[in-house]
Design a protein around this ligand. Sequence first.
Ligand code: ADQ
Length: 459
Amino acid sequence: MSRLIVVSNRVNPPADPGVATAGGLAMALAAALREDKGIWFGWSGEITEHFTGKPSIQKVGGVTVALVDLEEQDRAEYYDGYANRTLWPLFHYRTDLAAYERSFNEGYLRVNERFAETLLPLIRPDDLIWVQDYHLIPLASELRRRGVKNRIGFFLHTPWPARNVFNTLPRHLELVESFFAYDLIGFHTHDYLDAFSDYVFHEAGGEFEYPCARAFGRSVQLGVFPIGIDVDQFRSSLASKASLDYYERACVSKLNRKMLLGVDRLDYSKGLEERFLAYERFLDDNPDRAEQIFLLQIATPSRTGVDAYKDLRSRLDTISGRVNGTHATVDWVPLRYVNQPYRRDELSGIYRAADVGLVTPLRDGMNLVAKEYVAAQDEKDPGVLILSRFAGAAEQMKDALIVNPLSPEDVADAIRRGLDMPLSERRRRWQSLMHGIIKGDVTAWRDAFVSALRDGPGV
Ligand code: ADQ
């Protein structure tokens, strides 16, 4: 039986597979690797003076992980540079924030070569290789250059942007050409797949005949594999002590008010600023709701070394200060803005206590918070999900209240509708959303991708 080799920028199998603090993605990949006796390969997060090309191999939670250290220049150019300051903003339509520096591109290609070099001796002839995300797009072409004939798949966790956004990237054609060294490319949504094939047709002179794109004299299979959450693990975490404690703390602190909830990494793609402004608009326009509601926004800082993230944080501090300064009373804080990180089992209790989940990214590959919010609800009295049309999740979660996050009025209307929604409608919408979440859980996602990679397009 073939082994699975997962390659990602960072490697994070849960140390204890029974504890529900790790992400669903890490749990699902780790489970597959344990079953297949596979390997999870990636950057250790450590910096070394001189790159050695020798991985350190260890077992974590029953999974074999192979880690490689990088040099400081690699971290600066590949990770902070091309991944976080070029591709991330570009793939989220923020060309205004994208830095197009040649050294970043050189660092990106160098690290992909280094990954290939270090991984090569670990590969057996019938292994399946599954590469995760935008950090490692050129990895397959580097492996092919070194003679690897194995089936290699790639999954993109972010959106794939429209052609006229993507082609603002210098050397965009080269990056797309490197995709054609894969056997299979997976996207979260049809929209991203269409945008990719549109690029192949118009910019690369290729063609797309379902399920294969052809260009550069090669062919690659494309597929839509919407990621889900680990529903069973998530639902069972609701019975944990941490979850019950946080549920109770949140309920007690509500003081019979309705709670709106946002949970995000502090990232400009998540639409936090626009969400605060929409909430401010709601408070301005609905003075009769004062003291009856509050918004709890949990936004844990990420990529704190990048200027755009520091700027965002200071703008959010300003808006939240203004909202509370204008609207708060002696015993009511309308916006509770929290930067502290929470564990997943703690979060599940907080989700359950929320009457409205506000998930309004400006762009998001999928957005798992939307699915976790729904999965955490009490089926007898579920809350309402407000979801941005620009999250990949909106392609599946049509029974959420779908909004345009750029329109404060649109979001404010949905808040009003969510707060007033009758129980029968909340239950009907929740049942339909929950059905989709169970059917498309993270195991279904992983199995669908791995079988498609193993079996090929069958044409
Ligand atoms: P992220 O951008 O990190 O992931 P998302 O899918 O929303 O976005 O969250 C991933 C996980 O992080 C969730 O399990 C969530 O519980 C957790 N998380 C988010 N904010 C948190 C917080 N403040 N505190 C604690 N935990 C938090 C990328 C893409 C997404 C895509 C995923 C998976 O950007 O679009 O859905 O990968 O493919």
